[in-house]
Design a binder for this molecule. Structure first.
Ligand SMILES: N[C@@H](CCC(=O)N[C@@H](CS)C(=O)NCC(=O)O)C(=O)O
Length: 210
């Protein structure tokens, strides 16, 4: 099994954090890594496009050549094959809560950060667009406020008692905000505190470089 990935890029980082958290809990998922340089456009090469016509990272290639795209789908696939220890929750109800949280963080905050970064200093060459950047910033205001309220009790993990994929998604998004030099957390001290705490974890130290 091979994971096509790239450091700092948020969707690959989400999967890498998941794998590191899983390994830290005693479940090292066996896979090789293929580093693909997005800045150099390696994901658009003929060889990569033949594997993944979407020209996006991450993707997982199984030993029989099957390709799985979409960061969350890769995580869910691993979670189904290596269910213990669970990083999405242990009951249908808990899994529903974690999935809902993760989807919200991805679609409302990570997508907003990605949009802002690409509209200001895109590492892969998308043209600057101040109006789009401003729109993305405003798109994130309500979700950031909701997240700030959730974290106001000083909890270590987004979902509550244990680390989950929601933490992986949020940490990956916030690293990309740092990469893009976005000043996002000035008015959200609880998110900033969560971020500082999460970055002390072994998984974060192993994966995050910013
Ligand atoms: N929904 C996809 C998004 C994948 C994606 O957009 N990946 C970015 C890196 S974070 C990428 O490969 N961008 C290359 C490009 O836009 O050319 C997922 O969750 O995996």
């Amino acid at each position: 099994m091979r994971l096509y990935t790239q450091k700092v890029a948020p969707n690959p980082t989400k999967v890498e954090l998941y794998l590191a958290e899983k390994a830290g809990l005693g479940c090292a998922i066996p896979l090789e890594r293929v580093m693909v340089n997005l800045r150099k456009g390696e994901h658009r090469s003929g060889e990569m496009t033949a594997r993944n016509p979407l020209q996006r990272l991450p993707f997982l290639e199984l030993d029989d050549g099957t390709v799985i795209t979409e960061s969350l789908v890769i995580i869910e696939y691993c979670e189904e094959r290596w269910p213990s220890p669970a990083l999405i929750g242990t009951t249908p109800e808990a899994r529903a809560q974690v999935r809902a949280l993760e989807r919200g963080l991805d679609q409302d905050i990570m997508v907003g950060i990605i949009t802002m970064v690409h509209a200001t200093r895109s590492p892969v060459g998308y043209p600057p667009n101040p109006a789009v950047a401003a729109w993305a910033r405003s798109w994130m205001q309500a979700p950031l406020k909701t997240l700030e309220a959730r974290l106001a009790d000083g909890r270590e993990f987004v979902a509550g008692q244990a680390v989950t994929i929601a933490d992986c998604t949020l940490a990956a998004a916030l690293q990309f905000a740092r990469f893009g030099k976005l000043d996002l957390l000035a008015d959200t001290p609880h998110i900033a505190a969560w971020d500082a705490g999460y970055r002390q974890r072994d998984a974060a130290r192993a994966v995050l470089i910013l």
